[in-house]
Write a protein that binds this ligand. Structure first.
Ligand code: ADP
Ligand code: MG
Ligand code: MG
Length: 211
């Protein structure tokens, strides 16, 4: 697998929808500990709305068009912090995709990097703030390293998924500095960040769709 096809792009979104459904209660339990117990329901609602758009007869047939529609749908259907953040991720990824018809490993890296940078800027979140950025930023760096070393896309995305999971695990010991969990201060320590957990699923879904 040296490039991401349109079918794989759709398969990525479907796999993420399936994953948030499968793990909905787990995501909500993580959010119950340090937030407001809605992360699982927020994302299942959002991804169901996204897949209705993706499955429609008039679904966009370019990568940029599809990713833009996904981002807009998440912003409009998810009424939590995660909606605008994931929405920004997809909108910025769409911008980076431009009018490319073939998304090779470098283009996929560029898309993911733009998406994560946009999300982090929107949330004013840095690495170590105990957010989705703690899973996503290491994933992008792992893919960048793999691409620089000549790995193919599937191998690079597998490394990215592993880095995301490592980043997710590292959030457990951190004190939250952004979002609702930050209201807890020290007491947020000892709990895995729900957004880092769902963001890992997003990267794993992409690796699964391509690999
Ligand atoms: P809400 O907190 O509004 O209920 P969700 O529960 O859907 O929204 O999402 C919570 C997740 O959003 C957190 O676990 C965290 O990963 C992420 N998050 C919250 N605020 C920020 C932020 N400013 N920057 C980055 N990520 C954030
Ligand atoms: Mg919440
Ligand atoms: Mg909420």
């Amino acid at each position: 697998a040296d490039s991401l096809t349109h079918e794989q792009l759709v398969a990525w979104l479907a796999a993420f929808r399936d994953s948030v459904h499968e793990h909905r209660d787990h995501l909500t339990e993580l959010d119950a500990a340090i937030g407001d117990a809605d992360h699982g329901t927020n994302l299942t609602r959002g991804m169901d709305a996204v897949m209705a758009v993706v499955a429609a007869d008039d679904a966009p047939d370019t990568a940029a068009g599809l990713l833009k529609a996904v981002g807009m749908k998440l912003v409009s259907t998810v009424g939590g912090a995660s909606g605008p953040l994931y929405g920004t991720f997809f909108l910025r990824a769409a911008g980076a995709a431009g009018d490319a018809s073939t998304l090779d490993a470098g283009a996929v890296l560029g898309m993911l990097r733009a998406g994560v940078e946009g999300l982090a800027a929107r949330g004013k979140a840095e690495l170590g703030d105990k957010t989705m950025v703690d899973a996503l930023a290491p994933a992008v760096e792992a893919l960048a390293d793999a691409v620089a070393n000549g790995a193919d896309l599937a191998t690079g995305l597998r490394a990215a998924a592993e880095a995301a999971a490592t980043g997710r695990e590292a959030t457990t010991g951190l004190e939250a500095r952004k979002g609702r969990a930050s209201y807890l201060g020290e007491r947020s320590k000892g709990h895995t960040d729900p957004g880092a957990a769902s963001a890992t699923m997003l990267v794993e879904a992409l690796a699964d769709a391509v690999g």
